[in-house]
Design a protein around this ligand. Structure first.
Ligand SMILES: NC(=O)c1ccc[n+]([C@@H]2O[C@H](COP(=O)([O-])OP(=O)(O)OC[C@H]3O[C@@H](n4cnc5c(N)ncnc54)[C@H](OP(=O)(O)O)[C@@H]3O)[C@@H](O)[C@H]2O)c1
Length: 268
């Protein structure tokens, strides 16, 4: 399978590398308006500046430009996408809109996250109409190269953009805060970082591999009048849960506003 990634930015480059290092792709092309600014060094990835050329040669296209650049990027590939699978990683732009600009193509709207850089993305996706079982499998095979994927209703996509698309930024802030907390109680920064990062991935892996409510895990490590409850008491005073819920709520509103602004624009 030949795959073209239109838009060699942070997420485009990450997914292109994942696909190139998997066995599913015969070749990977990646495009950028200005390829000279790209430092990507990977023998299997061909960097080109012509979107139409990449689209004509590809079996599957991945659109990874900013939503504001979608008009130009999609217009450049539209002639060559009929009958092909197009996976859009763009926030805010609906399947119906992509379908009207790229008639005859099979559209997947996907929201990965930056953990795709190490093949650890959690990618939510919705499929448009017209997919055969083989085409649907091909699309999920491509997305599985950059991590796990889960099919969802398209109506959830703005909320998912806010939760797991933006999620790495929230987690980075939490890690930073915990490292600062470690410094405050006398732990060297490098040691604190290793402790915090592994505590975070270890806890997430534990909850994923032994499904239980997070509150059960919290209770299992919280002894009466112990150290953990002393810490939890202060965390709850800081309304950490409400802050996180408010953050995701605000990001969802922001994603919906961007989506509404695209809905009211004429087709590119
Ligand atoms: N970053 C994330 O964590 C993340 C996660 C999930 C989804 N997304 C989505 O992925 C998309 C890209 O985000 P990003 O963070 O990777 O942005 P980015 O780093 O700014 O990358 C966008 C790239 O698109 C290229 N580009 C723009 N117009 C183009 C065109 N007409 N033809 C070819 N290339 C073009 C730009 O390079 P030139 O200007 O040189 O062309 C740039 O390298 C967005 O729609 C975003 O919603 C991002």
């Amino acid at each position: 399978m030949k795959i073209a990634v239109i838009g060699a930015g942070k997420i485009g480059e990450a997914v292109a590398r994942c696909i190139a290092s998997s066995s599913i792709a015969e070749s990977v092309m990646i495009t950028k308006r200005n390829p000279s600014t790209l430092k990507l060094v990977d023998r299997k990835i061909r960097v080109i500046s012509d979107n139409a050329e990449a689209a004509a040669k590809a079996d599957v296209l991945i659109i990874a430009v900013k939503p504001g650049d979608a008009g130009h990027a999609l217009a450049g590939v539209a002639e060559h996408t009929s009958g092909k699978t197009v996976i859009s990683l763009m926030a805010a732009i609906k399947i119906s809109r992509l379908q009207s600009v790229l008639p005859g193509s099979r559209i997947v709207r996907a929201m990965p996250n930056i953990a795709a850089t190490i093949g650890e993305s959690m990618t939510a996706y919705s499929m448009g109409e017209g997919f055969s079982a083989a085409e649907a499998k091909r699309a999920t095979d491509v997305m599985s190269t950059f991590g796990e994927c889960i099919e969802v209703k398209e109506s959830l996509m703005d909320a998912i953009t806010a939760l797991s698309g933006s999620g790495p930024a929230y987690i980075a802030i939490i890690i930073d805060a915990m490292v600062s907390a470690g410094l405050k109680v006398g732990i060297p920064r490098d040691v604190a970082f290793r402790l915090v990062a592994k505590t975070l991935t270890g806890t997430a892996n534990l909850l994923s591999s032994h499904p239980m409510h997070p509150a059960e895990l919290r209770d299992a490590v919280t002894t009466p009048a112990g150290t953990t409850i002393a810490g939890i008491y202060e965390l709850e005073k800081g309304s950490v849960r409400t802050s996180i819920m408010n953050a995701v709520d605000a990001a969802t509103d922001a994603a919906r506003k961007v989506a509404a602004s695209f809905d009211s624009e004429p087709d590119p």
